[in-house]
Write a protein that binds this ligand. Structure first.
Ligand code: BGC
Length: 880
């Protein structure tokens, strides 16, 4: 029975329908493939999405109509030569393009008209998307590089001059690279991306980037320049993961089409060809893993401008295409997102300076400095300092096997020109650090002004906020996000210093935290494409993705590589967009079928286990089998969603079989204990819904007892850290969950913050001897959990993408107020409350075209759930 406990219901001010339609109601935030006006779309049926701006209570969309054409004025006037969807009586706000076939390198305009709850129409502004190459055969350029081999250290520079004879309407540069690049036209950088293109399995998929370069061209003589970096394509630094032996490894190469469309309607394409010239320049060494070496004496001013004398430059050579799939990099780019100036400068002596940037981060340092010609500066980056005040890298350089003299770890080397103030920032490397130590071969004067650090990462838009009366909660949320962003470089990494590896487990353990906080769908769609590229024919996945071949064995099992199922599923939950799940369906199936083949009785030890536990280890077969169950269940649900009746039946039966096998072997039905009864062994089956209905209470009570025994401290590794708080909160032990979450003595998340952590760590024990990076995301559930607990904002699996929002907040002791927001596909959800004695005033905001269901917490006097339409609502809740 639905019982209404609303005391006050504040309705948004209502004006007359006509007024509203004109002023306040409009489709906004039009996106194509989840990006605003993207360039270089390769998809034949790109996804179009929008939101409805309509603050009225009960606001919803009753119908929509999409118009697509190549003429923006016509589209504005409602004429679409490519597609007119007609008026669709639907509340969908994510629609795949379904018009005439799209052509390559063409600009399309679109708009949407929506009809509101009262049947009044309103139209969006006109948005655009532009198609890209749409296949390897549309390129006019050819793949070129210089004549050097993989061992050559200097980065190759390339240049070409060309004439622009007529007025330019628009121009686009399509740049495909094996390796990394920076492009410039007439001396100015093209775009503001860093580390393009993103890392892929280069021999299976190569990305190209599209830039609008219209404003950079001028009539008359022009010059285009390219510098190539090694990135992960030509890994020259030795480390344990064998990237120097990657099957794709070669000297970096590129292919470029600069397409110019003139005002008179004619067009011309400047292409990479044999007429380009190449030389080396000031970048004498570059490694994504260790650093960049730059000799300012070797700069060639004007090399990328017209009129430069390139008589000493050599010719290029043709190269074969690195893979058969040269596809658009259609995703949020990496940028120099946040600059940091030093918080503290310690001068050790005239040749040694240490800068504390006050924040651990992934990124690069820019140095501007003048000094005697030939002075060598070593710019070393680390997360810790010795008592002496010098940088200590002992926690992060442990897997490096290279030459520490010639290629020092996390260190750039700059040689000064002596002629001017030299400016240096690496183009083809990033590091994980808080401290920067500069040592100079000659005495030199340095101040804070010489150094700027840039927190650099995939520039995903923030979507969430947690703000409460408890400072530790606010800090944990922030610290988690800093760790997350430090580990997002076009793919999620484990850490930005020691490894930079796409560890699968770390990726899925963090997925909910990721999606509550940032608009990361484009990054995950790309990373799951990497998964598909990497999957073995038998279904197996390596535990780091991409990989040069490392990462197979037994540990690459379910608790790590279930990324293939868990990430598409969560993306579907958070965005209501099933395309990634659909694209991965066959891969999930192959993966599940593989595990099924090796696990005839439904149980498996294929996995790594509860990695980096506080002290108690947990049963590997139990945790791996729970992940097997999870994947089979996701596959069954996906089969149902896509109308695959036979698969649905088959994988529902398989998941039931796994569940029964787990409970038969590990659950003691008398005591309600799984395996040895550790925090992980009890919380993992609860969280992943393996526990039989009639045993849930008993198992949850045992889990609660277990955390009481440790006085609300953690005794888990990564798998338990993901499950524990949720397992307690979802099963009636909200206050215990909260106590564990805000614990601030060892072992706890809070203990890290109390000890000055600005990012999440890899180890609970601050004195541990291994696995001690200071910037890891694998324990990152904490930051996302506040959305699920004090905010209580959850997607409804039956209406995903927050079409219906499940509101299950808790109002814990020790917290007086909280405000949690999440920008969902429908708009901003607000869940906020203040508490005075036993009275809670709960204020929520539900975006237009969405609804919510409020579930009072266990300690509320009134237990009835409340259905809420779009709009703002205030509810009064009395606690017991
Ligand atoms: C990484 C982890 C990863 C683990 C798996 C470590 O070296 O940093 O985050 O998941 O290995 O064993």
């Amino acid at each position: 029975m639905i019982k209404n406990i609303i005391v006050t219901l504040i309705l948004a001010a209502v004006s007359s329908p006509a007024q509203v339609a004109a002023r306040e109601v409009q489709p906004i935030q039009l996106k194509c493939e989840h990006l605003v006006n993207p360039l270089g779309v390769d998809a034949q049926s790109p996804r179009l999405t929008w939101m409805l701006k309509d603050d009225r209570n009960g606001a919803r969309q009753s119908a929509y109509q999409i118009i697509v054409g190549t003429d923006s004025i016509q589209v504005l006037n409602g004429k679409g030569t490519l597609w007119n969807s007609g008026k669709q009586g639907s509340d969908e706000m994510l629609v795949a393009y379904n018009g005439k076939s799209l052509k390559p390198v063409t600009r399309y305009f679109w708009k949407v008209t929506v009809w509101d709850k009262d049947g009044n129409p309103s139209s969006s502004k006109v948005a655009a998307f532009e198609t890209g190459m749409m296949g390897i055969n549309h390129w006019k350029g050819t793949w070129i590089s210089d004549h050097n081999n993989i061992n050559h250290k200097s980065a190759p520079y390339f240049r070409k001059e060309f004439e622009v004879k007529k007025d330019v309407r628009y121009a686009r540069a399509y740049i495909a690279v094996a390796g990394l690049y920076e492009c410039s036209i007439n001396g100015d950088r093209v775009g503001d991306h860093q580390l393009d293109p993103m890392y892929t399995r280069f021999d299976r998929r190569t990305l190209y980037v599209t830039h609008d370069v219209t404003s950079q061209l001028k009539k008359g003589a022009n010059a285009i320049g390219m510098v190539l970096g090694n990135g992960w394509y030509n890994h020259q630094s030795l480390a344990v993961w064998d990237f120097h032996n990657a099957p794709w490894r070669a000297r970096p190469a590129f292919c470029l089409d600069l397409r110019i469309v003139y005002k008179d309607g004619t067009e011309e394409t400047i292409v990479s060809e044999r007429d380009w010239k190449t030389a080396s320049g000031p970048i004498t060494f570059n490694s994504i893993y260790t650093g960049e070496h730059y000799d300012a004496r070797l700069e060639q001013p004007g090399w990328d401008k017209p009129g430069f004398d390139d008589a000493k430059w050599g010719g290029v050579r043709y190269r074969s295409v690195p893979s058969n799939q040269v596809v658009a990099q259609l995703m949020v780019p990496i940028r120099l997102v946040t600059p940091y100036k030093p918080k503290l400068l310690k001068k050790i002596d005239w040749k040694t300076y240490v800068f504390d940037m006050g924040q651990n981060m992934s990124g690069v340092t820019r140095i501007s400095i003048k000094g005697p010609e030939g002075t060598i500066l070593k710019i070393k980056h680390g997360e810790r300092i010795h008592e002496s005040g010098r940088v200590d890298m002992s926690n992060i350089d442990v897997y490096y096997r290279g030459d520490k003299e010639a290629d020092p770890f996390q260190t750039d080397i700059l040689i000064l020109s002596g002629k001017k103030e030299d400016e240096f920032m690496p183009k083809f490397n990033y590091k994980g650090f808080r401290y920067i130590e500069v040592t100079s071969s000659e005495p030199i004067e340095m101040t804070e002004a010489n150094v700027t650090a840039y927190f650099t990462h995939s520039d995903v838009k923030p979507l969430g906020e947690v703000n409460t009366s408890v400072p530790l909660v606010n800090s944990l949320w922030k610290v988690t996000n800093n760790a997350y962003l430090s580990n997002l470089m076009g793919y999620p990494t484990d850490c930005p210093q020691r490894e930079k590896n796409g560890w699968t487990g770390d990726g899925h353990l963090a997925i909910e935290t990721a999606l509550y906080n940032f608009d990361g769908i484009t990054v995950y769609e790309k990373w799951l494409a990497d998964h598909r590229d990497e999957q073995q024919p038998n279904g197996v996945l390596p535990d780091i993705i991409p990989t040069g071949g490392w990462g197979y064995g037994t540990a690459n099992g379910l608790d790590w590589t279930s990324t293939i199922a868990i990430i598409p599923w969560q993306v579907y939950m958070f965005y209501g967009d099933s395309r990634l799940l659909e694209n991965c369906y066959e891969n999930i199936q192959r993966y599940v079928d593989y595990v099924d083949r090796i696990s005839p009785d439904g149980l498996t030890t294929f996995g790594r286990g509860d990695w980096v536990p506080v002290k108690t280890t947990s049963n590997l077969e139990l945790t791996s089998s729970v992940y097997f169950y999870t994947d089979a269940s996701i596959l069954a649900a996906a089969a149902q969603l896509f109308g695959r009746v036979e698969d649905h039946r088959r994988y529902t039966a398989l998941s039931q079989k796994i569940k029964d096998a787990i409970n038969k072997k590990f659950l003691n039905r008398t005591t309600g204990i799984y395996a040895g009864g550790s925090q992980t062994e009890l919380s993992v089956p609860l969280y992943w819904k393996v526990v039989p209905e009639n045993m849930i209470q008993k198992v949850a009570a045992n889990l609660n007892k277990k955390v009481e025994e440790t006085n609300f401290h953690l005794d888990v590794g990564v798998l338990g850290a993901k499950a524990l708080l949720n397992a307690l909160k979802e099963n009636g032990y909200e206050q215990s969950a909260y106590k564990v979450a805000v614990q601030d003595t060892y072992p706890s998340w809070g203990w890290w913050v109390v000890n000055g952590a600005t990012t999440l760590l890899e180890n609970w024990d601050l004195k541990a001897k291994r696995d001690i990076s200071d910037n890891h995301m694998m324990f990152g559930e904490i930051g996302g959990w506040f959305f699920k607990s004090v905010g209580g904002i959850l997607p409804d699996p039956r209406q995903p993408g927050f079409k219906n929002i499940l509101l299950r907040p808790i109002f814990p002791e020790g917290m007086d107020h909280a405000k949690v927001t999440h920008e969902s596909p429908y708009g901003t959800i607000v869940s906020g409350w203040t508490k005075l004695n036993k009275k809670v005033t709960y204020e929520v905001q539900i975006p237009a075209n969405a609804s919510a269901t409020f579930y009072p917490p266990a300690n509320a006097r009134d237990k009835g759930l409340v259905k809420l339409p779009a709009g703002k609502h205030t509810l009064q809740v009395t606690l017991l």
